[in-house]
Design a protein around this ligand. Structure first.
Ligand SMILES: [Zn+2]
Length: 301
């Protein structure tokens, strides 16, 4: 599927994409115009929306220096994530037009990459104020990408802190909120809830391939019974409590009780994190390994 979105053909543009609702598609067009205005980029642009990540598109989005085309992967992605990708690539267009790009520009952590990420973050916040509907469904645990049910699943989520840091250090892994879902790095897709935990907001892409998913009835049951089976010595009372909780779908209570018997190390051998409900709506993601966290944007609130 290839959709050509060229500014000069705005009037003739198809008003739909099989992967984006008409309303969201209109918002995307507005967003692109806003980004271009902000960047002072007047040149007409070709933006291809693709449903397959292959060849030229190994990542979520790509700007081809020679053809000047932007490709963005749109299938099963939240409109907010698509917009973020497009804004990031549009910043590269501006950098390119100013003759700033070089061979290392695309590397993670390069100044040009950081600039593109922060531009995308700024544009999203500005646009989100006028069109809050771009955040719709974020709270329903929207999967950023899930091409194959058994492969990596990535989420955009927030973590607020009072400290600046450049990576999530396992040595500083939080115990403070241990009562909720246990030890781990805590993230949520509920931005307003995240704000309560600090004045510096980290927007991250997290990957959970094999989490204990307490928000999915069938998975939660399997995951919890698997954990229960690894425990050698458990009181009869606790075992009954856990089994009853699972039967009644009180997965969080069951998990809390099971954790009395499992160390963080043991949990981490079997799973890479936990997905649970946040206390104020939305999801809570607990990530066990730093390598599964990519910081996209850091903002002082
Ligand atoms: Zn880039």
């Amino acid at each position: 599927m290839k959709l050509l979105l060229s500014e000069e053909h705005y009037k003739n543009l198809p008003n739909s994409s099989p992967f984006i609702s008409n309303e969201k598609f209109e918002l995307l067009k507005k967003f692109i115009v806003n980004c271009k205005k902000e960047l002072g980029v007047k040149k007409p642009l070709q933006i291809k929306m693709k449903a397959k990540r292959d060849g030229e598109l190994a990542t979520f989005a790509h700007y081809d220096l020679s053809s000047g085309e932007i490709c963005v992967y749109v299938k099963d992605r939240h409109i907010g994530d698509i917009m973020r990708s497009v804004a990031h690539e549009l910043k590269h267009v501006e950098q390119h037009l100013k003759g700033m790009l070089n061979a290392d520009s695309g590397n993670d952590g390069s100044p040009h990459e950081n600039e593109a990420n922060s531009f995308a973050g700024i544009m999203m916040r500005k646009f989100g104020k006028d069109f809050p509907e771009i955040y719709e469904d974020y709270n329903s645990d929207k999967v950023v990408i899930n091409e194959d049910k058994n492969s990596a699943t990535e989420y955009i989520a927030y973590h607020a802190s009072n400290e600046y840091f450049t990576d999530f250090d396992v040595a500083k892994i939080s115990n403070l909120r241990g009562d909720l879902y246990g030890k781990g790095f805590y993230f949520t897709n509920n931005y307003n809830y995240a704000k309560k935990f600090g004045t510096i907001m980290y927007e991250c892409k997290i990957t959970l391939n094999n989490p204990i998913d307490l928000t999915n009835d069938s998975k939660a049951k399997i995951h919890l019974l698997k954990l229960l089976s690894t425990i050698n010595d458990i009181s009869e009372y606790d075992e009954e409590y856990i089994n009853d909780s699972i039967k009644c779908k009180n997965f969080t209570s069951a998990f809390r009780k099971i954790r009395k018997y499992c160390s963080f190390m043991e949990l981490r051998e079997l799973f890479d994190g936990v997905i649970g409900y946040s206390e104020e709506g939305g999801r809570e993601y607990v990530v066990y390994n730093s390598k599964d966290i990519e910081i996209l944007d850091v903002v002082k609130l």
